[in-house]
Design a protein around this ligand. Structure first.
Ligand SMILES: *[C@@H]1O[C@H](CO)[C@@H](O)[C@H](O)[C@H]1NC(C)=O
Ligand SMILES: *[C@@H]1O[C@H](CO)[C@@H](O)[C@H](O)[C@H]1NC(C)=O
Ligand SMILES: *[C@@H]1O[C@H](CO)[C@@H](O)[C@H](O)[C@H]1NC(C)=O
Ligand SMILES: *[C@@H]1O[C@H](CO)[C@@H](O)[C@H](O)[C@H]1NC(C)=O
Length: 335
C-alpha cells in the first residue's frame, strides 16, 4: 500500500517528463514554414543533389547543412552552397523567397550556369553576396545597387560579360567589390570615385576593361586595388599619393603609360606590381624609404638609377628587368 502510493506520483512525474520531451522533440520546429518551403524548392530545382541530403522535410530547417537561422527570429539569414559538382543548372528563383537572407554564397560550383537570378533583387537584407568560381553568365545586373545593405560583393571567376554597372557606387556600405576573372568590357565607371567606405577593396583583374582609369578614383580610400590584366591605358596617378592608405596596388599587364618619377608613394604601400605596362621615367628616390615587401616594375620603359639604399636592393633582378635603361643594383651599374 505504502509502496504504491509512493510510486504513483513518481510515475506520473516520469510520464509528464516523457510527454514533455516527446512534445519538444516533435513540435519544437523553429524554422519558418515559408523559409522551409523556399529551401525545399531550391533543393528540388537542383534535382535533389546529394549536397542537400540533410534537407529533410520532416526536420527543422534550422538544423540543415549549409543554412543558418537567426537566433531570435529563426528566419533563414544565411545560405551557402559551395564546392560541389553535382549542383547544376541555374540559380533558382526561390532564393528570392528567403526575405531575411543576409549572406548568400554560391562558390566553386562548376555546373552553375545562367544569369545572376533576378529574384535576388528581393533580398533587401542582403549584406554579403558571393557568386564566385561558377559558370554564371550574362551581365552584372543593375538591381544590385538597390540592395543597400550590401557591403561585400564577389562575382569572381565567372563568365560574366558586358560593362560594370556604374550604379554600384550607390551602395552606401559597399567596402569589398571583387569582379575579377570574367569577361567584363568597357571602362571602369567614373562613379566609382563615389565609394564612401573606409578601406575599400577593389578587384577587377583578368577582364577586358579598357580606357583610362577614372581620375575620380583619387577620392576613394582604398585598402587594396587590383586592376591587373586588363587593357587600361593612360596614367595611374590617382591611385598614388602621400596620404593614400592602400597597402596593395596591382596594375600589372595593362597598357598604362605615365611618368613614374612624378609619382609620390605612401609609406602605407607594401606591395606594388606594375609589370608589363608602358611606364616611363625613373623610379623616384623616395621609393627607397618605403617598407615594400614585394615590388615588380619589370617590362616597362623605365630609365635611370634604381634608388640607393638597402630596401630596394634586396629585390632581385626580376623585379626590375626588361626596362629601357634602368640601372644600378641589382641590375648592372649605371654608365
Ligand atoms: C538593411 O537591413 C536591416 C536589418 O537587417 C533592415 O532593417 C533594413 O530594412 C535593410 N535595409 C534596406 C534598405 O532594406
Ligand atoms: C551600414 O553599416 C553600418 C555599420 O555596419 C550600419 O549601421 C548601417 O545601418 C548600414 N547601412 C545600410 C544602409 O545598410
Ligand atoms: C560563356 O559566355 C559566352 C558568351 O560570353 C558563351 O558563349 C558561353 O557559352 C558561356 N559559357 C558557359 C560555360 O556558360
Ligand atoms: C615580375 O613580373 C615578371 C613578368 O610577369 C615576372 O617574370 C617576374 O618573375 C616578376 N618578378 C617578381 C619578383 O615577382
Amino acid at each position: 500500500m505504502v509502496r504504491l502510493s509512493l510510486k504513483s506520483p513518481l510515475l506520473s512525474t516520469f510520464s509528464l517528463l516523457f510527454f514533455f520531451i516527446f512534445f519538444t522533440i516533435s513540435f519544437a520546429e523553429l524554422c519558418n514554414p515559408n523559409d522551409k518551403k523556399a529551401l525545399l524548392n531550391i533543393k528540388k530545382a537542383f534535382n535533389n543533389a546529394y549536397y542537400f541530403a540533410s534537407w529533410k522535410a520532416e526536420e527543422d530547417c534550422c538544423t540543415w547543412y549549409s543554412v543558418q537561422c537567426d537566433e531570435n527570429s529563426h528566419r533563414i539569414i544565411s545560405l551557402t552552397l559551395a564546392v560541389d559538382k553535382q549542383i547544376s543548372g541555374q540559380i533558382p528563383p526561390h532564393v528570392g523567397e528567403l526575405p531575411f537572407l543576409q549572406y548568400l554564397t554560391f562558390h566553386k560550383l562548376p555546373n552553375l550556369v545562367g544569369p545572376i537570378q533576378p529574384a535576388i533583387a528581393k533580398l533587401h537584407n542582403l549584406k554579403h553576396l558571393d557568386i564566385s568560381w561558377t559558370k554564371i553568365s550574362g551581365t552584372i545586373p543593375d538591381f544590385l545597387s538597390s540592395l543597400s545593405n550590401l557591403s561585400y560583393i564577389s562575382l569572381s571567376f565567372s563568365n560574366l560579360s558586358g560593362a560594370i554597372p556604374s550604379s554600384l557606387s550607390k551602395l552606401p556600405n559597399l567596402s569589398y567589390l571583387q569582379l575579377d576573372r570574367s569577361k567584363l568590357t568597357g571602362q571602369i565607371p567614373d562613379s566609382f570615385g563615389d565609394f564612401k567606405a573606409e578601406n575599400f577593396n577593389l578587384y577587377l583583374s583578368h577582364n577586358k576593361l579598357s580606357g583610362k582609369i577614372p581620375p575620380s578614383l583619387s577620392k576613394v580610400d582604398f585598402s587594396a586595388i587590383d586592376l591587373s590584366r586588363n587593357k587600361l591605358e593612360g596614367d595611374a596617378y590617382m591611385i598614388f599619393g602621400a596620404q593614400k592608405k592602400a597597402w596593395n596596388v596591382d596594375l600589372s599587364r595593362n597598357l598604362l603609360a605615365f611618368d613614374m618619377s612624378k609619382v609620390v608613394f605612401s609609406t602605407n604601400l607594401f606591395m606594388l606590381d606594375v609589370n608589363h605596362n608602358k611606364i616611363f621615367g625613373g623610379l623616384p628616390p623616395q621609393m627607397s624609404k618605403l617598407s615594400l615587401t614585394s615590388l615588380n616594375v619589370s617590362y616597362n620603359r623605365l630609365c635611370g638609377q634604381i634608388p640607393k639604399g638597402k630596401k630596394l636592393k634586396r629585390f632581385g633582378v626580376d623585379s626590375y628587368f626588361h626596362n629601357k635603361c634602368l640601372c644600378g643594383k641589382p641590375l648592372e651599374s649605371c654608365k
